[in-house]
Write a protein that binds this ligand. Structure first.
Ligand code: NCD
Length: 311
């Protein structure tokens, strides 16, 4: 049977079969080429995307909306869903899901609670895409991160990848580590002790025989890594502001630190950055984070077209 994502929800980075991953990546490559040529790679005229953002977002929301519009579809969105939607009246996400299937063909949700996208998907008969559920998962970010790695490095197999920063609360690294576990990468997991990768994720990686080194030393990791994936300390997940203040400057990547890096290192960051990458690093040719953000468009176009069966 041919691989298809038609009708599927995109909830977690570990949900994809290798064939599905291949299909998404190959579709994104094709769509990117079409975009460059000024063509519309699939026709989603008459289709509607609903965006439900209960948490702040710039890139994820804009790139999903851009993606849908570039496919000829239309977008309806609840801005500030947390305060202006019926969630403020106590409606469950399950009920919101039941309702939204009457309005749209596909929906993206970002929400502060773990499992929120799953709950919406249980109610909705249309494909639901998780645009970030609390400190849980961010699968579409992981897909664009993977796409970026392939473009920047030409391969993923055998790379040493350092994931650095807030590994406890950062959903991007939860999703990305699961996705890269399919490709024979080695990890450096770099964080302060209080923000280390959750034990369930570490044991899942260990079960999959992924080689990893947990360390607090960013300099050691950059000296040995082909890729450095920096993350922001996730201020909004801290219940104690003093603890955030203590940890917020744990790591700052600057030219001095980069001087000790493995030659040719690629630097990624899901953005937004706060202070963890000095602006002087932007001029370095391996600084790929703005290219990474742009890659969100073809990847999200591919996902929208695939789950709605337009591709
Ligand atoms: C990330 C997120 O929302 O998890 N942002 C994004 O989607 N690019 C990273 C972050 O907020 O630190």
């Amino acid at each position: 049977m041919a691989t298809t994502l038609k009708g599927k929800d995109i909830l977690r980075a570990d949900q994809f079969t290798p064939a599905e991953l291949g299909l998404i990546l190959e579709t994104a490559v094709r769509f990117e080429a079409a975009l460059r040529a000024g063509e519309r790679p699939a026709n989603m005229a008459g289709k509607l995307l609903a965006t439900l953002f209960y948490e702040p977002s710039t890139r994820t929301r804009l790139s999903f909306e851009t993606a849908m519009l570039r496919l000829g579809g239309q977008v309806l969105s609840v801005a500030e869903a947390k305060t202006s939607s019926s969630a403020a009246k106590g409606e469950t996400l399950y009920d919101t899901g039941k309702m939204i299937e009457g309005y749209a063909d596909v929906a993206v949700i970002r929400h502060p609670l773990l499992g929120s996208a799953q709950e919406l998907a249980e109610g909705a008969g249309i494909p639901i895409i998780n645009g970030g559920d609390g400190a849980g998962q961010h699968p579409t970010q992981a897909l664009l991160d993977l796409y970026t790695l392939i473009k920047e490095k030409g391969r993923v197999d055998g790379l040493t990848v350092a994931l650095a920063g807030d590994l406890k609360n950062g959903r991007t690294v939860h999703s990305l580590s699961a996705l890269l576990a399919n490709f024979g990468v080695k990890f450096y997991l770099v964080s302060p002790a209080a923000l280390s990768m959750p034990p369930d994720i570490v044991s899942q990686l260990a079960r999959r025989r992924v080689e990893m080194v947990e360390t607090m030393d960013l300099a050691e990791a950059v000296a040995h890594s082909d890729v450095l994936y920096m993350t922001r300390i996730q201020k909004e997940r801290f219940s104690d502001p003093a603890e955030y203040e203590r940890l917020k400057n744990s790591y700052v990547l600057d030219s001095a630190l980069l001087a000790g890096a493995k030659p040719g290192i690629t630097i990624l960051h899901p953005l937004p950055r706060v202070d963890e990458i000095a602006r002087e690093v932007d001029a370095y040719e391996g600084a790929a984070y703005f290219r990474q953000a742009a890659n969100g468009v073809p990847v999200r176009m591919a996902l929208l077209a695939l789950v709605t069966g337009q591709e």
